[in-house]
Design a protein around this ligand. Structure first.
Ligand code: CAA
Length: 282
């Protein structure tokens, strides 16, 4: 595989693009509007520049990685890609539209993957002409730093597609695990109850955000506390993901707490809006 298409230029799409470009892939990063495209260029350049500033990357390597990425608004440009990963917002109707179009424009042997963390691949595949083609390649935030990728398996995906997805993720230097297409896969099944409980504790006034995060870091050895992590990931992302899993399963472990809903409605989405569980200097 040489050429990767990415549909969606949010933090996950950008992170995947940066990681793949650093590994020498030709990348087509498709944004849905000009402002997102410019934000993606700025964000990836900024992320690489930080590595240069820290002395972890040569300027020439940064420029080479940036030259590998074609930032575009035209989805048709992924037509000759060997693999295409969808990383748009978690709205199933929109994802189905993307895969319907990809089935029309991509080569029949191209791998079609979704980075969804909360929607059912089986539901997406059911709307495709060929349900053996869709595979989950689920990255974690921040993509360049997180070493794991979950490969998500439906009942219908072909073994060749699964093996190709795994090989691709490993070529990016990631370790893979394989999970069945079930709500939350493995990582989010583990971490959502933890993070939602941190919010419930905070909402009930059991401890401050700082103390809850300190407890997780010093008492459990986590690299970040659940509430600071939440601010990094975005409260809207977690709210939409947990809500859609809850609506599908009605399992109490995944029910979004009231405080999360209230903060999302108030526009307190975390770092990106300047306030979440903490306040940030914009
Ligand atoms: N973008 C790119 N690279 C980044 C980065 C970013 N935002 N943040 C850190 N990195 C890189 C650094 O460049 C560094 O790389 P090198 O070692 O190659 O130089 C490496 O990550 C470590 O960074 P630092 O030493 O600066 O910082 P750290 O040791 O404090 O680690 C962290 C930062 C990796 C983010 C760490 O705090 C961590 O692992 N946090 C938890 C993150 C997590 O749980 N993510 C999952 C989120 S949930 C999710 O993604 C699931 C979903 O479905 C939505």
């Amino acid at each position: 595989m040489q050429k990767l298409g990415i549909i969606g230029s949010g933090s996950m799409g950008n992170g995947i693009a940066q990681t793949a470009a650093q590994k020498g892939y030709d990348v087509v990063l498709v944004a849905h509007r000009q402002v997102s495209l410019e934000k993606a260029q700025k964000s990836i350049t900024g992320s690489l520049q930080k590595r240069v500033d820290k002395g972890k990357m040569a300027v020439e390597d940064m420029n080479a990685a940036l030259a590998k990425i074609d930032f575009t608004l035209e989805m048709d440009k992924v037509a000759d890609c060997d693999i295409v990963i969808e990383a748009i917002a978690e709205i199933i109707e929109e994802k189905i539209k993307v895969f319907t179009k990809l089935e029309e424009i991509c080569r029949p042997d191209a791998i079609l993957a979704t980075n969804t963390s909360s929607l059912s691949l089986t539901d997406i595949a059911a709307a495709m002409k060929d349900n053996t083609r869709l595979v989950g390649i689920h990255f974690f935030n921040p993509v360049p730093a997180m070493k794991l990728v979950e490969i998500v398996k439906t009942e219908t995906v072909s073994e060749d597609v699964l093996a190709a997805a795994k090989a691709f993720a490993e070529s990016l230097g990631k370790t893979t695990i394989t999970a069945k297409d079930t709500p939350g896969f493995v990582v989010n099944y583990l971490q959502y109850p933890f993070r939602l409980n941190a919010m419930r504790m905070y909402g009930a006034g059991i401890a401050s955000a700082e103390d809850i995060d300190t407890a997780a870091k010093l008492g459990l050895g986590h690299p970040m506390g659940p509430l600071e992590l939440q601010d990094m990931v975005g409260l809207d992302i977690t709210y939409n993901a947990t809500k859609s899993i809850y609506e599908k399963t009605h399992e109490p472990w995944i029910q979004p707490p009231q405080i999360l809903e209230d903060m999302v409605k108030a526009g307190k989405l975390g770092r990106k809006t300047g306030e979440g569980f903490y306040k940030y200097d914009k």
